[in-house]
Design a protein around this ligand. Structure first.
Ligand code: KG4
Ligand code: ZN
Length: 343
């Protein structure tokens, strides 16, 4: 059973082929990715219409590349999976439309996948996949959630952000510091040269006693500091502010993850989504979890941000769990807003 996965929910076109034959964890045969970051950088953020048009240009060449890499023909595909949501409506429609058309031409079924479920199950693409049950920290540009995961499709939301996502906090603070889009990795790089204790920035809801988050106030605090320092801001001060911002976000993410682990009594943590690539977050989580006898699993670094492999893997795992509702009618819809717990 070979599953093709197509991801097009935001600013990355990802295509991958997974082999789900046999009883073991499905295996990644090939994947290809095109990031639109360079194209959107001039605008300081994702321009939805440009994103859709670029997905159209990239998706078929990427599919050909994947099939060539895997040494397979299109006829070898048994199922075409695609991201149904959440994401940008136009961008999702490209992936869904291509997936359904390709499946119809090949006379194969399709399977609609939740983008966050893709992130959540992406550590199964690593050499050391996690065992159920675990707590998942989902930290991307649009979402920040803690979930209890008892199996494929068995997700309980423990807490989430009441305003901005962690990735958004990284991106917005980076923009205030004059860094290019998407700011997260740039801010992280600048932070390496700064002092994380230089600025006392807020850690909203840190002591709420619940696994919830709020990052909007942090962005305002960074803005206040940037305005106070004005045009005379030095490179050292920018690095200090970047390091202090990163420290504030990471401290909240670590503390809330530990709270969710303690409350659920679970001893395994899975970190997924773009912010999961952050080095300081990984270091702090590793140190704190090691002290408590908790194992932490991450997706491979290059599979933290959006990609087609996680969509193909989620489809393969859902299929194996008997949860997949495959479609052969050629009808499809996208779900730009879609709750994972209701998926
Ligand atoms: O999961 P993802 O690729 O897309 C969404 O589904 O949103 O996550 C993208 C987010 C962006 O906000 C980006 O700035 C952030 O992940 N990100 C990072 C790092 N790498 C990516 N944030 C902090 N440190 C990083 N190294
Ligand atoms: Zn994502």
């Amino acid at each position: 059973m070979r599953v093709l996965g197509i991801e097009s929910s935001c600013d990355e076109t990802g295509v991958a082929l997974v082999d789900a034959s046999g009883a073991g964890t499905p295996r990644l045969l090939a994947h290809a990715l095109h990031s639109q970051i360079a194209m959107h950088q001039a605008y300081g953020g994702v321009v939805p219409e440009l994103a859709s048009r670029d997905h159209i240009r990239r998706v078929l060449p990427l599919t050909r590349e994947v099939m060539q890499q895997a040494g397979c023909r299109l006829q070898d595909i048994d199922l075409v999976a695609y991201t149904q949501g959440p994401g940008l409506a136009g961008a999702l429609l490209v992936g869904a439309g291509v997936a359904v058309s390709l499946a119809a031409a090949l006379e194969r079924p399709t399977l609609a996948v939740h983008h966050l479920e893709g992130h959540l199950l992406s550590p199964f693409l690593s050499a050391d996949p996690p065992e159920f049950p675990f707590v998942a920290l989902l930290v991307s540009g649009g979402h920040t959630q803690l979930m209890r995961v008892d199996g494929v499709g068995v997700y309980e939301l423990l807490g989430e952000t009441i305003d901005d996502a962690a990735g958004e906090a990284f991106d917005k603070s980076a923009k205030l510091l004059g860094l290019p889009y998407p700011g997260g990795p740039h801010l992280a790089r600048l932070a390496e040269q700064g002092d994380p204790t230089a600025f006392a920035l807020p850690r909203p809801l840190l002591h709420s006693g619940k696994p919830d988050f709020s990052f909007a106030g942090l962005k305002t605090a960074v803005l206040t500091q940037v305005r106070r320092l004005g045009e005379g801001i030095t490179d050292a001060q920018r690095a200090d502010l970047a390091a202090s911002t990163q420290a504030a976000i990471v401290e909240v993410l670590v503390k809330k993850s530990l709270l969710a682990l303690k409350e659920s009594g679970l001893r395994r943590l899975v970190v997924a989504g773009g912010v999961g690539a952050n080095k300081r977050l990984r270091e702090q989580l590793d140190a704190q979890c090691a002290r408590r006898g908790v194992r932490v699993h991450y997706p491979e670094l290059h599979l933290c941000t959006d990609n087609g492999a996680m969509i193909a893997m989620a489809a393969a795992l859902r299929l194996r769990a008997g949860l997949a509702r495959t479609e052969t009618s050629g009808a499809f819809e996208v779900r730009p807003r879609w709750d994972l717990a209701a998926a």
